[in-house]
Design a protein around this ligand. Sequence first.
Ligand SMILES: Cc1cc2nc3c(=O)[nH]c(=O)nc-3n(C[C@H](O)[C@H](O)[C@H](O)COP(=O)(O)O)c2cc1C
Length: 359
Amino acid sequence: MSALFETYTLRDVTIPNRVWMPPMCQYSAAPDGPDMGVPNDWHFAHYAARAAGGTGLIIVEATGVSPEGRISPYDLGIWNDTQVEAFRRITRFLVSQGTVPAIQLAHAGRKASTDQPWRGGAPVGPDAHGWQPVAPSAVAFADGHPVPSELTVAEIQEIVGQFADAARRALAAGFEVAEIHGAHGYLINEFLSPYSNHRTDEYGGSYENRTRFALQVVDAVREVWPDDKPLFFRISATDWLEGDGWTADDTVRFAADLQAHGIDLLDVSTGGNASGARIPVGPGYQVPFAARVKAETSLPVAAVGLITEAEQAEKIIANGEADAVLLGRELLRSPSWARGAARELGGEVHVPDQYHRSV
Ligand SMILES: Cc1cc2nc3c(=O)[nH]c(=O)nc-3n(C[C@H](O)[C@H](O)[C@H](O)COP(=O)(O)O)c2cc1C
């Protein structure tokens, strides 16, 4: 029996296997007009292919809770009903394939308003559909990035409300899991880390103050997200800064707090908040951070980062290092990766009737 192809139940949602797709921005929505932030044919084909390929759960890319919360002007959004309707087409198809539809709710903070990565990804201004980014403190992400506006307490509260509204819309759009984006140097991560949060009010300074915004978002989303549906949180487990910034110890402590506030699974990534950080990238390089949370807390975890081989993924689950694996770029290369892995490991996976002659 393959551990990778065992089902997994969180609250009342049963996920058919442990091969999941992490959020990956497609930077392919309209940047303005009535279709701004609305999923289109590209998004449908992209997510549909991975669902038909047997992926157990798909987390739809970082989706802005407001226009200013997008990473680029081409990101998806979930602040209006046109967007909700377009998402319904995607969630309906995922469910038809037995895939659990999830969505990452995001605010990009000081890293907002950048160009599509294949055009260089540089910050863009109003002449190219851009805007002025906001952050806990008026400190630019890196040279060449704008100095963000420091959020007032009233503005922070407004964003908490936008996350709750986005969650309500995600539910209406047919998603069964919501994930709060607390990683990669975007707004929530910027509050968590003392590297980017220099505030002196109740949202900065101590661990309790730096985690306040994240936990207020979790509470507001959990209040509107039904009790029978799981809520995930994506974290950058470390800033990869020596003696500075957010650390793996902070992550273990925070995992317990998140669980107490109703988070059901921690999606454990790293980095993205400090432009100069040196990251030792290699196969499975972030798995130890997930494994540590799993060993030291009772919160379920997903591991991500250069997981590409069936045996590698199987061992992560079988050894109890994580409850699920997320395959990003590998699923971009191979939409039916789960099917190949099931054949290799002797697991059961969904195959569309239309493809039965390929089994
Ligand atoms: C094209 C692309 C877009 C991404 N967009 C997001 C995103 O929207 N939200 C997020 O949390 N991570 C994003 N990531 C990071 C992935 O979710 C994942 O953590 C990372 O690619 C490492 O996994 P991998 O080695 O399996 O690709 C993105 C990665 C890629 C390659």
